[in-house]
Design a protein around this ligand. Structure first.
Ligand SMILES: *Cc1c(COP(=O)(O)O)cnc(C)c1O
Length: 240
């Protein structure tokens, strides 16, 4: 897609389209639409655009930078749910620990320990997802498939941490079908980890699928999809 020259509609129209696609994917897979949460990824976008989405009914936003999340948190209505979807630095955990519903990208024990420490300090439970480098790509964050099980067990034990599931950023590809095998693998891992350590089925969130591949992700069991471009249009990083 080329920014500005594609057929993007208004934010409300884009949202309708994305929600329609999610519903279709659910139907195709025999899943309940209510089992999939759409996270509107608003990184780099101005508050005015977030408000446009808010007015169209969006209450769940995803951001990947701590400062940006905190700024928007302060400006947006209080019934918004914030998800930290990006790589989180340990020294910044303290700024968001009491502001986010879910931290998606936990991939080191040091980060998990810091989240635990801050959660205890602020007297909150921190919901986290383990990021898995499912495509085994050097450029990506996340624990390896082999390490994921042991890591889940270690993280699970930490005070005030609530391990809720897994997250991945699948390889960037033109053809979303190429990612189907990765989404299937993620689903299987999530079920396995849930059986192994999850009491009361709390390890049941699978965050996968972005603008290019969210329908396939939903077909393969995603319970959260993170869509940015498909809702807000292309991002312009030159202005940041
Ligand atoms: C930016 C981002 C997204 C959204 O990507 P789009 O392709 O614009 O939908 C999803 N997940 C993560 C972790 C991101 O950083």
């Amino acid at each position: 897609m080329i920014g500005g020259l594609n057929s993007m509609g208004s934010i409300a129209e884009n949202l309708r389209k994305v929600n329609e696609n999610i519903a279709l994917a659910c139907e195709k897979a025999g899943r309940n639409r209510d089992d999939v949460t759409l996270i509107s990824v608003s990184k780099t976008k101005p508050v005015s655009m977030l408000m446009e989405a808010y007015d169209a009914g969006v209450r769940v936003f995803g951001e990947n930078k701590v400062q940006e999340l905190v700024d928007k948190y302060e400006q947006m209505p209080k019934d918004v749910h914030w998800h930290m979807i990006g790589h989180l630095q340990r020294n910044k955990v303290k700024y968001i620990i009491d502001k986010v519903d879910l931290i998606h990208g936990v991939d080191t024990i040091q980060l998990a320990e810091e989240i635990s420490k801050q959660a205890v300090k602020h007297n909150v439970k921190a919901n986290i997802l383990i990021e898995v480098n499912i495509g085994d790509e050097e450029s990506k964050f996340g624990v390896s498939i082999q390490d994921a099980y042991k890591f889940a067990e270690d993280v699970y034990k930490l005070p005030n941490i609530c391990l809720r599931g897994l997250m991945c950023v699948a390889p960037n590809t033109e053809n979303p079908e190429e990612n189907r095998k990765y989404f299937q693998k993620m689903y299987k891992m999530c079920v396995d980890i849930n059986h192994k350590i999850g009491d009361n089925n709390v390890v049941n969130i699978l965050s996968m699928g972005m603008t290019g591949d969210y329908q396939v992700a939903v077909e393969e069991g995603a319970t959260m999809v993170r869509v940015g471009t498909g809702i807000f249009g292309e991002r312009d990083y030159s202005k940041i």
